[in-house]
Ligand binder design. Sequence first.
Ligand SMILES: C[S@@+](CC[C@H](N)C(=O)[O-])C[C@H]1O[C@@H](n2cnc3c(N)ncnc32)[C@H](O)[C@@H]1O
Length: 518
Amino acid sequence: MEGEIEPKMGNCVICGVECEKKCASCHRVFYCSVEHQRDGWKSHKKSCPVYRICHDGTIGRFLVATRNIKFGDVVLKEAPLVVGPSQLTAPVCLGCLQEVNERTMIKCAKCGWPMCSKDCQEAPNHAEECKLSAARGGVTIEHFVAPHPIYQCILTLRCLLMEQSCPEKWEKISQLESHNDRRKDSQQWLSDREYVAKFIPKFFKIPERWKEEEIMRILGIVYINGHEVPLTDPAYVAIYATASFFEHCCCANVAKSFTDSGDVVFWAARDIKKDEHLSICYTDALWGTQARQEHLQQTKMFSCMQLNVKLSAKLVLLDAMGCYCQKDRWRGPRSGCVVNANEKLHANTFEELVEKAGHDAVEMKESLRGCQEFLRKYEKILSPNHFIMCDVKCVMGQKIGEGNPQELQNIPMDMLEMKGKLCNEMLELFALLAPAENRSHGCMHFELHAALAEMARRGAECGIDCKDILEKSLWHAQKATQWLEKEPSVLVEGKNLCQAKINVNSLKIVLKMHNPST
Ligand SMILES: C[S@@+](CC[C@H](N)C(=O)[O-])C[C@H]1O[C@@H](n2cnc3c(N)ncnc32)[C@H](O)[C@@H]1O
């Protein structure tokens, strides 16, 4: 059964009388009469959310659009409830969450955790675990190069400590989904029990403070609701309140960006109609079906049913290969099926081939030459849209002429055309299969505008009028600014955004010179 989870009764925002009538859009604000609704709307319309929280037996809580939303409109912007290191990480500063090394780190004067500066030592994020660590007699970290198991407990510990230090945030964290029942007895569960649930009471010498089950429940909440935030190296994990209610869809309609300060911004990646579910993609939208299903099952404890129904026809593109038993050239994988004869690859089945191609791609996409060799090696075996081919093509589209504008000026024409072809191909695929992958869309438009601008420059040198190509370049530069508009300046996408904005202006000036009357 699908339904809303907002309260049935509330107090009129104008006179305080208890009543049932609510804002027809968000269903969260109450009015006792039409007059009071009219009076209240003037101030409420600025804050009336474009989503409503609903519930059903399969998905749990999810968000639904309360009105039509246009491409680019912000759906939700939220600060994190809590942030912390990811589960598997080498030592990081517990203030800013950047990696620390033995040479440059300082020890927190109060508790001994490695920090990157005195300012970070005083960071509010670190305050509670600092007190606990000092009370146990301090912490000593000796190994800095590999993932350190002690960091596995930090984010869970931070959540648990909020029950006393920040009860309002604790209340919100505590009501999130943990899927403890589904995680129980897996290998990960057994390891987490040792390294987190048993470790916290023993290491911090507080055996009575939390029960093992409570620690495991909070760790589950971290797994199911944590967002990886790429603002630091390595990325950290943040939990947000309402953002936790977005459901997954492989063909999502909402894109996700972060601000420089770590707030999350969700925005419409296409026009969205009133009453549509609002969804984000929990996995990389351009992974193969098997990898995507495994990731959802292992990290979020569910299988995406859409993969089998609505999207299967489209997604088969990402998995398709050539095989002996097929009539059509490309088809989806069939377990154990014999692949196109290629003894050199030492792979007899689809599964073996994908594994081999995956390993080759990791090594070969390091260099432009490697990308070219990979595509040559696999072009008759994997479909042009197979997810591993796409991965290599995206990298190659960026690597051709990478660096600065001078670099692009020096590459041969056939390579420039190749860059344009790859970018166009990838943009078509993103539109079909990854409509909310904002960074991929933005970066590919950015690369394509650069390739087209360079083609136009070469044409002009030979006296050819390249107005059409310049117009296309401008169009792609403008698309890049739209897709990257909300990217933070610390990321490469944010830097591309600044450059794309400059280039839009330059291209407009050049085009004006071609057509002074406009
Ligand atoms: C981040 S939470 C989303 C909020 C959650 N529904 C709740 O009530 O707290 C992720 C969980 O929502 C459910 N979920 C999200 N998208 C789903 C989908 N497409 N199909 C089935 N379950 C889904 C799964 O149980 C998943 O582990």
